[in-house]
Design a protein around this ligand. Structure first.
Ligand code: SF4
Ligand code: SF4
Length: 187
């Protein structure tokens, strides 16, 4: 009798857990799908903004960047993934100026720590959301980030504000002492 009782209890216990599992399966089946069909969706795939894909030197539409070749990012990189190669040019006034020659980035050794981006005083670099980095040789992971022919963006010098000339005050007319007010004169 006990054996039959145990059989019935375990039968309904198993049936209950089966129905619970089927309930979860049915709920998930009708839920909105979040699975990305990569690479079929490559054209429409949107990465979230905070994703750190690949270090980029920011260029504007005139092929100008903000990098002054100070090398701070290189000094702060813990894995030696950045090499800033500069050259010294002499301008028309005879002043020597250091300019960026090559900005070399090795994505193969990058830790994606973003210390370089945070330490750059000119906001010249950032991480984009590009994530397809697969190549057949490691040498292809070393890239030059400054575009060919790019130059440092020259910001217009601030114009000095015009000096404010104070307006000449009209001279005060002093009333003669001891004169009776007009109202009193009328009386
Ligand atoms: S993210 Fe980190 S490891 Fe990568 S280049 Fe920048 S500082 Fe170096
Ligand atoms: S990217 Fe920024 S920190 Fe690095 S060399 Fe250029 S200006 Fe300096």
């Amino acid at each position: 009798m006990n054996a039959l009782k145990e059989y019935i209890v375990s039968f309904f216990s198993g049936l209950g857990s089966l129905l619970t599992g089927m309930g979860v399966t049915i709920r998930v089946f009708f839920r909105k799908k979040t699975t990305e069909q990569y690479p079929e969706n490559r054209e429409t795939l949107q990465m979230f903004d905070r994703f750190r894909g690949e270090l980029t030197l920011i260029h504007n539409d005139r092929n100008e960047h903000h990098c002054i070749a100070c090398g701070i990012c290189q000094m702060n990189c813990p894995n030696g993934s950045i090499r800033v190669i500069s050259q010294t040019l002499t301008d028309e006034e005879g002043k020597k100026k250091r300019v960026l020659d090559q900005y070399i980035y090795d994505i193969g050794s990058c830790l994606y720590c973003q210390l370089c981006v945070r330490s750059c005083p000119h906001d010249a670099i950032t991480f984009d959301t590009q994530f397809e980095h697969a190549v057949f040789t490691r040498s292809k992971l070393v890239r030059q980030l400054n575009h060919p022919g790019s130059t440092l963006e020259v910001k217009p010098k601030p114009v000095a504000p015009k000096p404010v000339v104070p307006k000449a005050e009209s001279p005060k007319v002093e009333k003669p002492q001891g004169e009776a007010p007009e109202a009193a004169q009328a009386e």
